[in-house]
Design a protein around this ligand. Structure first.
Ligand code: FAD
Length: 259
């Protein structure tokens, strides 16, 4: 199973409304024609701080302006733009690490209390197939866990007998809660993730380049690739490279600030 990241929400900018805001003070904004909505929002937010419009506007392009903000560490303006992804083909082990990111992220994850995991898939670690003995052990363990989960559900089904309809949902939740403990970290999950540009940059920095955490690197690369197309100026200092084993890694390089 491969990691899949679907970009489902992206920033939109009502430029007309913003220009009406500027017109109140007879200000104008010399915009960069190539700038994308997320990039323009960041620039607009930054310029509002100094009201650097009209004659006060420097000749910097949008990309140069954003590079300057990043160089100064004026990064709160990056919090105005968010993207949402739905992830599939990822393990619960991975999402447990992902949801530790508290700032600038929002998560909605498949519930193991409401969802029956009887037919769930497992995310096999990439490269495990090169080690037949280890892979066989992994398969034995995941299949045993699945069997145990199903056995527990089947055995506890009796709890539903005679349960009034209004309590049935809670009884099923109780049964699944009792069974889910045997599910392994490798179980596949789905998660809806929204994050702002600042939080995403921080995430790539601390998570994208961890050599020993392949799944984290795969997800980091799957998120960064579309973001680099969506808002190049916000992510141009992060690169996706390929290691000798073919796996991706996200690396941060120092900003090239145009002066
Ligand atoms: C290589 C690596 C190894 C790890 N190993 C472990 C481990 O063994 N065990 C474990 O439990 N976790 C581990 N973690 C998880 C790590 O401790 C963080 O929980 C996770 O990376 C999220 O980072 P964060 O808290 O900086 O992010 P966020 O929660 O998104 O916070 C972002 C930033 O906001 C600021 N901030 C947020 N909350 C507070 C606060 N309450 N007070 C002050 N400042 C705050 C900090 O500057 C923080 O860096 C590991 C992470 C990495 C990258």
């Amino acid at each position: 199973m491969t990691v899949a990241a679907y970009l489902v929400c992206r920033p939109t900018f009502d430029v007309t409304a913003f220009l009406r805001f500027l017109a109140r003070d007879t200000l104008t904004w010399h915009r960069s024609p190539q700038a994308r909505p997320g990039e323009e929002i960041v620039e607009a937010a930054g310029r509002v701080c100094y009201l650097s419009f009209g004659e006060a506007q420097s000749p910097r392009t949008n990309a140069e302006y954003i590079a300057h903000l990043l160089e100064m560490g004026h990064e709160s303006v990056l919090e105005h733009v968010t993207w949402s992804f739905v992830l599939a083909g990822v393990s619960r082990a991975f999402t447990h690490q992902l949801v530790r990111h508290r700032v600038g992220f929002a998560f909605s994850q498949l519930s193991q209390q409401y969802h029956d995991e009887r037919d769930a898939k497992f995310v096999e670690p990439l490269g495990l197939d090169a080690f037949p003995q280890a892979r066989a052990a992994w398969e034995r363990a995941t299949e045993a866990a699945r069997r145990a989960y199903r056995d527990i559900l089947d055995s506890l089904h009796v709890l539903e007998t005679g349960t009034p309809p209004e309590l049935r949902k809670e009884t099923r939740r109780k049964i699944r809660s009792m069974a889910r403990g045997v599910l392994p970290n490798a179980i596949e999950t789905k998660i809806f993730v929204t994050a702002n540009a600042r939080a995403l940059r921080y995430f790539f920095r601390v998570r994208g380049g961890i050599l020993g955490d392949l799944e984290m690197r795969q997800v980091s690369a799957a998120l960064l690739a579309p973001l680099k197309a969506e808002a190049p100026a916000l992510f141009s200092d992060y690169e996706i490279e390929t290691l000798s084993d073919g796996s991706p890694i996200v690396l941060h390089r120092e900003l090239q600030v145009p002066h």
